[in-house]
Write a protein of this length. Structure first.
Lengths: 310, 254
């Protein structure tokens, strides 16, 4: 029997498979390239980038939680100039789809990044309006429709690459945000970013994280992410990229059934650096075992209960 | 760097809550250097647990890990027995830059910071002086191991129940003032490292410290384990897992 087709097309960009490394968990790919070839991945959403380099938050920046973790890294990155000179040449050789995740304090920061990246070999741009760990920008843009639409509208004018908008689960209604950015020309949405959480050290009575609170990721948030992906996919026509706690191939299948055309995987890589490869292979085997020809046979094919009130 | 399934060859409980295991991991051993660490996968936990390499047996393809139960992950590891398999990612980080091992060197360890220095002290033989601090006599570990490698060992305890009563900094100053020393290597609580760095700086002695910070990926991708260093005239966050765990003490912003 012929192998099923696990490639996916998002806004005109072909990914060999639907498994993408999530921004912030994979750096610029160099570290994990020591363990496997990066072309094994459908794509890489690169570490969140700003115009100028940022130092990030003080340590501790991470705390483990039941089935997950909190982080408050705070967008530490060397800035776009360093990236273009020192990281992009390596990434270009990797034969995988490159997604630049961009962040800023102001709309003009986002526009500047989009404009400059449009002239490079980056394949897609992911607008990060959902980082919970910075004072300005980040989730401040992503939690109400007006500001999400505003930043998307302006960036769209400067961005010649396919534009993904990464959504925050902190919004009152994430589907409304998705519709708002779709109306302003977003080519796809990716969701969810981390949920804001907290841990306290009971000996010192101090929060574990330097920022007091931080973004919760990992298996713990998967059901929340899945629900939001399902709700959003029914409300928008643009592709939805599902993420949030995807840890094993079965999670990815659930995301696809809920309507995601691809998944991003972040925290799972820390426990098992090969998690994404195993998820990709698991998706392929699921298609083979069920005699499906391609991902189209499962994307959005969940059968909701007709009497369900949600 | 590799991911390897490793069998536990031996296991000893060497002090209260402190375990000493040898694991078979030929692929990791082929690359491992003193001062590097490995990241242990603990079932049902999101994050791996970083543990410094205590010793390396190239012939047998084994590494030695000496760890203390600090939380749920290390508790899980301590329950593993001889014959059990554990999943290790490593070797990670940069090891100690040892320099000339025919010159005298001092190794300053505090508590569970004592094991990571053992392999580094070995090539120095009798040129090594080890100043090792512990809470109490019952917490003293690896004294014989350092002596076996040829080092002259001074033990310090907080409560005076073994060796000298007090901090490692006093014998360190005495040692540096009495005899020549090319380099100091230190691992332990941050306050101890800061004090050791200051003592060395005053005397113009080169000092390397092995740092610790809460870690997630272990390989330099997630940027969690930030450590502030002076770099090209600026203060910047470097990362313990990738840029360290060993740093030149002069670069650390304490």
């Amino acid at each position: 029997m012929t192998k099923p087709d696990i490639s996916v097309n998002i806004a005109g960009v072909k990914l060999n498979n639907p498994v993408i490394a999530a921004s912030g968990s994979f750096g610029y790919g160099r570290e994990y390239a020591k363990l496997f070839e990066l072309k094994e991945l459908g794509g890489i959403s690169l570490k969140g980038m700003t115009l100028e380099g940022r130092n990030g938050n003080p340590p501790p920046r991470v705390a483990e939680t039941p089935s997950g973790m909190l982080n408050c890294v705070g967008l530490q990155n060397p800035g776009i100039d360093y990236f273009l000179e020192n990281e992009l040449p390596f990434l270009k050789k990797q034969e995988t789809v490159l997604i630049s995740n961009i962040a800023g304090n102001t709309i003009s920061d986002y526009c500047g990044l989009a404009e400059r990246l449009s002239e490079t070999d980056i394949d897609m741009i992911e607008l990060n309006i959902s980082c919970p760990n910075v004072k300005k920008g980040g989730a401040a843009f992503g939690t109400d429709c007006e500001s999400a639409a505003g930043v998307t509208r302006e960036v769209r004018r400067h961005c010649k690459k396919p534009l993904i908008v990464k959504l925050s689960p902190a919004a009152a209604d994430i589907t409304a945000i998705a519709q708002a950015v779709e109306a302003e020309g977003a080519d796809a949405v990716s969701l969810i970013n981390t949920l804001l959480g907290m841990r306290i050290d009971i000996k010192s009575r101090r929060p574990v994280l330097s920022n007091n609170a931080g973004g919760l990721s990992g298996a713990a948030i998967f059901p929340v992410a899945l629900r939001m992906v399902w709700q959003t996919a029914r409300r928008v026509k643009i592709p939805v990229i599902g993420m949030g706690g995807v840890t094993k191939w079965q999670d990815a299948i659930e995301m696809l059934l809920a309507g995601a055309c691809a998944v991003q995987v972040g925290t799972a890589t820390f426990g098992d650096p090969y998690a994404m490869i195993k998820i990709r292979d698991g998706i392929e085997n699921y298609l083979i075992e069920n005699n499906y020809e391609s991902l189209c046979d499962i994307v959005g094919k969940v059968i909701p209960n007709p009497n369900g009130i949600l | 760097m590799t991911v390897e399934d490793c069998v536990i060859i031996s296991k000893k409980n060497i002090a209260k809550g402190v375990f000493d295991i040898w694991v078979k991991c030929p692929q990791i051993v082929a690359e491992a250097k003193a001062g590097q660490f490995i990241d242990v996968k603990c079932d049902n936990f999101t994050l791996r647990r970083p543990i410094s390499i205590c010793d390396i047996d190239n012939k047998k393809g084994q590494i030695r890990l000496v760890f203390e139960i600090r939380g749920e992950g290390t508790d899980w590891l301590a329950a593993k027995n001889v014959g059990d398999c554990i999943d290790l990612l490593g070797p990670l980080g940069n090891g100690f830059f040892l320099g000339k091992t025919d010159k005298p060197a001092v190794f300053v360890g505090g508590g569970i910071g004592v094991p990571p220095l053992l392999a580094a002290s070995k090539p120095f033989g009798a040129n090594a002086t080890a100043i090792l601090g512990f809470r109490s006599a019952c917490a003293v570990i690896l004294k014989e191991d350092y002596e076996h490698n040829g080092a002259s060992v001074t033990i310090c305890t907080d409560d005076g129940t073994a060796g000298r009563h007090g901090l490692v900094t006093v014998p360190l100053e005495e040692r540096l003032d009495a005899q020549e020393c090319a380099v100091v290597f230190a691992c332990g609580p941050k306050q101890m490292l800061k004090a050791v760095a200051r003592i060395c700086d005053k005397r113009g002695v080169m000092c390397f410290v092995s740092m610790e910070e809460r870690m997630a990926c272990g390989v330099g991708a997630c940027l969690s384990c930030a450590c502030k260093v002076k770099y090209e005239g600026e203060e910047k966050y470097f990362h313990v897992c990738k840029n360290g765990p060993v740093f030149n003490a002069k670069t650390i912003v304490w």
